[in-house]
Structures are given as C-alpha cells and as structure tokens.
Design a protein around this ligand. Sequence first.
Ligand code: AMP
Ligand code: MG
Length: 487
Amino acid sequence: MTAAAESTVVFEGRFARELAELAVPWQAEEAPDPELLVLNDALANELGLAPDYLRTPEGVRVLLGNHIPPGATPVAQAYAGHQFGGYSPLLGDGRALLLGEIVAEGGRLRDVHLKGSGRTPFARAGDGRAVIGPMLREYLVSEAMHALGIPTTRALAVVATGRPVRRDAMLPGAVLARVASSHLRVGSFQYARATENMDLLRRLADHAISRHHPAAARSEHPYLALFEAVVAAQAELVAKWMLVGFVHGVMNTDNMTISGETIDYGPCAFMDAFDPAAVYSSIDVGGRYAYANQPVVAEWNLARLAEAMLPLFNEDQEQAVGPAVEALGTFRGRYSDAWFGGMKAKLGVAASPEHDEASDLVDGVIGLLKDGPVDYTQFFRSLGQAARGNSGPARGMVLDLRAFDAWAERWAALKPDAELMDSVNPAYIPRNHLVEEALAAATAGDLDPFHRLLEVVRSPCQERQGLERYTEGPPEDFGKYRTFCGT
Ligand code: AMP
Ligand code: MG
C-alpha cells in the first residue's frame, strides 16, 4: 500500500470505556458485495481519514464495520425514549453501531457511527438493515442542513452492501457512515436514570459536559448548567429548523441530541408552501410533530430530560424541582429570541434600530404567508429582489395584494439589507420532489441526479445560472408528500 492509502487514524473508545453500561460490544454484519456509492472527501479529510484509503477495498470495509480500524471498539448504544408521547424503556441501536471517536480539530471528539450494519441485541422485530434510498436521503438532507448553517450530524459515506433487503419490495441494502459530535440523546439520560444507578447517571452527565458544554464544569451547579446548555442549544436548533421550513418528523426523545445537533433524517421534509400544520410522516396521524408544533415538542422533550437528570440537581427531589423548572422556563425566551432574530435577518432588518417595528413586520409577513399557499423558500428569496426595488415576484405570490402593499411599504421604510437577505434566505433547499427523483434514479443505478442535487444544495444561497429548476416548487401531479420511519 502507498502512504496515501494507509489509515493512520487511531480511534478512541471513550464512550465504550466510560459508559460501558450503555455500550454493548457488537459486530457488523458482513456485506456480500460492497460498493462505495458516495464519499464525503472534505469531511474525511477533516477527520484525518484519507479519502484514498477509504476508497480501497479495506477502506470500504471500514465504512461497513467489516474491518475494524486501530483503536475502534464497535458498540450498540442503549437508550430509552418517548415515542409519540409513549415511553419505551429500552430502544437502543437496533441497526447501528458506534465505531468509536476520532480526535478532530481543536481536540474535540467526533463519533463515527454506522447505520444499517445489521441486527443488534436491540433490534426487536427489525432486520437491522437499511436500503440505498433512505441512506442517500439522510446523506443529502444532512449535508444540505450543514450548508444552511444548521447544527447536524454529518454524512461520511454510503456503501451499498450488495444484499437485497425486504421492504415493500426487495431493495438494495446500504450502510450510512455518519459523523456526530456525539450520539448522546435525551433517551440516553432516560435510560441511565431508569437503571437507578446514580454513578452511571453522573458519569453520563460528566461525559456530556466534557464533550459538549465544557463551560458547565466551571459553574457552581455543573449539572444544572449542563441542562441549561442543552435547553439553549435545542431552542436555537429548533428556531433554525423553523426559519428554513424544516419538519423533522420524528422528534421522539431518542432522536433529540444533547449536543444540539439535528439527528435522524428518517421522515423529515422541507415544506414547499408555508403551512403551520405541515406534516409528512405516514405514521404521524395526529400531527404531533407538525411544523408549528416543533418548539412545543422540543420543550416537552426537555422536560423529560429534566426529569431524568433530577437526582443530579439536588439529592432532595423537592429541592431539585424548582431550579429545573426555572431552567426549562428559559426555553421560550431563547427560542423566541433566536426565531425573531432569524426572521429579522430574513427580512433584512436585523440591524434596524426600530426593534418594535421590525418585530411587527415579522408578525405581518407570517400573516401574509398564512393567508394563501405561498412557497416559503421562494417568497423570502424574492423579497431579496424586492429589497432591490423589484417587488413584482414576491407580490405575485400572495393573494391579498393590498395587504402585501401595505406591509411592503412599512418594510421598505426600514431600508432592508438585500445582501444580508441573500446570505440567509436559501435559493436551493432539498425539495421533496427533487429528492425523490434523485433517490429513484439512484436506486435504479443512476447516481447522477443525486450528485447534481447534492452539489446544488451545498451552496444554498449562491444563486447560479441554469439551476432554475432547483428553485421551483413541486409539479402539480406530485401530490401530498409522504415519508417513512425505519426504512
Ligand atoms: P428511529 O425511528 O429511526 O429513530 O428508530 C427507532 C428505533 O427503532 C431505534 O431503536 C432503531 O435502532 C430501531 N430501528 C429502526 N429500524 C430498524 C431496523 N430495520 N432494524 C432494527 N432496528 C430498527
Ligand atoms: Mg433514531
């Protein structure tokens, strides 16, 4: 092997070592005929994993968990979770493995995790597998989120296993290698708490502090400070989702991270027309995880985290509740600040000294959007043109022209900053119909549409000639978009 084709990275097994009660050592299922479909060279380089090596047969086997790199100790992680409000005491990685951590820039650890790597002791009735379409979907959408500046797990690679997997039809199997600042979830704390092992709960919290919220260690009450930091990170995260029209789709407590990164791109979608009730997941019949409910659900999930952490706040449970409620109470203000701040930037009035008027304009624009089917992404992007004097395209999208004109006059008076607007209002998002088109082609063996779309959404705000099709809403016959979990 040449120097470039060698792996010099030594994995850490810190989670497996420090939190052994949450880690079941396990091995990935052997892939019969691996084929690397897509590799994130830039991310590999960030991790010190040579892309040339990952493209070798041995490197591809690393991405499948079939070749264990130096220092890696693959484990399935145990966690619990509230799913659609109902508590499951034992979920865990049913089809995933944590290979280990890599020390990245700044000394921070990053998890390398494999999804679709075969059944684990947590698999229950599942087959432990994943298929090409949904794994490429996670790759595409998580990379788009990253490009939009939204904290998220990253996609390192998708490898086809060469094994047909039974879903509605037989579909080609695949493994996604993803990278995260950790895979600690609200559900990890719920699991640790349920064991009634205080030492484990404390170690978990210490692990979370050192990896994600190190400033909490210097606080007078480190565990309460950790909780507050998670509240802040989640408030900011969900505000960012709302600002781009992202619907996560399955905000169960096992899918909410302690780091504040978006995780689990199963049934997510970006809304086309603005709709507070937008819901895409086939199983979310009650709309629990609808677009406008996301902040409410995040707060609910954080209340479950507080319950799990309660014994860490104070030995006396009565004494622990007050500070926990107070910390949770900061969510709404933080969310509101983050959302209003983001909306003011979307309107180009973030720097305006007329705060109240700018806030009023934010309320006003939501009113305009609610009034009729308006493409959320297109509308804000064309407001950038309106800020340059061409209000025709934005005006043409709304029903109530008098309301638009009255709003636009007040807005123009604040002298909106068109450049700021263009830097925060994406022209390109992974539109549902384009994602489906790319995945259907990929499943049939043609990866070109996937790579083209990936390229487009990696520079979401930089409008380019010839990409008009990527800015358009769905064709008439696209119908109601439906997404699925556990695919
Ligand atoms: P999710 O809805 O993707 O967050 O998954 C919820 C739980 O179901 C997790 O414990 C997953 O590991 C598990 N799971 C989902 N799909 C499968 C599968 N095909 N085989 C085994 N476990 C699965
Ligand atoms: Mg999950």
